[in-house]
Design a protein around this ligand. Structure first.
Ligand code: C5P
Length: 227
């Protein structure tokens, strides 16, 4: 199909940071800008895919020509992702999902009183892992790509996530490197896959990373089909 190799394919991309409410005016979030996920959504769209972009808090507006679903917390993002899995061909989880959320959300703005305040946090579900488990239980499902933002031991953590989260590719970036990670226009990533697949991408625009990543996904899916 020439320049539209993803036509007829459904691609779900998550992007941005989650927002975990403390009270009506305060929340916990992170530095994710959404740019990496947006670039992937754009390239998938340009290659003919029907793209759904599940967004948390992002810096810029999402690209045109994709179905945008706005979410805030990890719990909401999980619901929006899980209910769309059936019929999805590729899932790419570029969102920075909070690992913890406040144990309770105050209905009214929390007033200052004592000198210290303890905020209790509880674990959020790991959406990527749930997607992997959903596919495993069902015996079929989308090709799954996760992202991993690390500050040390990138390879070790990436390989661990690949196995534990039951995904097909992990795109790891060292967010402490200049020109990589949150907010920047460029990224420096390493892609890890099944069967010892490894490819390092030197510093390039997020658009170029997205293009190469979707090429890798294409090859890996072909490999799966041929087995
Ligand atoms: O936070 P962590 O490094 O484990 O994130 C790796 C991958 O897992 C990312 O693709 C991220 O979107 C996903 N993730 C998730 N749910 C979480 C934490 C991370 O889907 N609660």
């Amino acid at each position: 199909i020439g320049s539209k190799p993803l036509s007829g394919q459904r691609v779900l991309v998550t992007a941005g940071g989650t927002v975990e409410r403390i009270d009506p005016v305060r929340y916990i979030t992170n530095d994710s800008s959404g740019k990496m996920g947006f670039a992937i959504a754009e390239v998938a769209r340009d290659r003919g895919a029907e793209v759904t972009l599940v967004c948390g808090r992002t810096e810029a507006a999402p690209p045109n020509g994709v179905n945008v679903v706005h979410t805030d917390s990890a719990l909401r993002m999980r619901d929006e992702v899980m209910r769309r899995l059936d019929g999805t061909d590729i899932v790419i989880k570029a969102a920075a999902v909070a690992d913890y959320r406040p144990a309770s959300r105050a209905d009214q703005k929390i007033k200052k009183s004592s000198d210290s305040l303890t905020l209790e946090l509880v674990r959020n579900p790991d959406i990527l892992q749930e997607v992997g488990e959903w596919r495993e239980a069902r015996g079929s499902g989308p090709f799954i790509v996760g992202f991993a933002a690390e500050t040390a031991d990138v390879e070790k953590h990436a390989l661990d996530k690949l196995a534990r989260k039951k995904c097909d590719l992990i795109v790891a970036n060292n967010v402490s490197e200049a020109g990589a990670g949150f907010g920047t226009e460029t990224n420096i990533v390493s892609v890890y896959g099944r069967g010892d697949f490894f490819e390092h991408l030197p510093q390039m625009t997020k658009r170029a990373v997205a293009e190469r990543l979707l090429d890798i996904v294409k090859d890996a899916r072909k490999g799966l089909a041929n087995r």
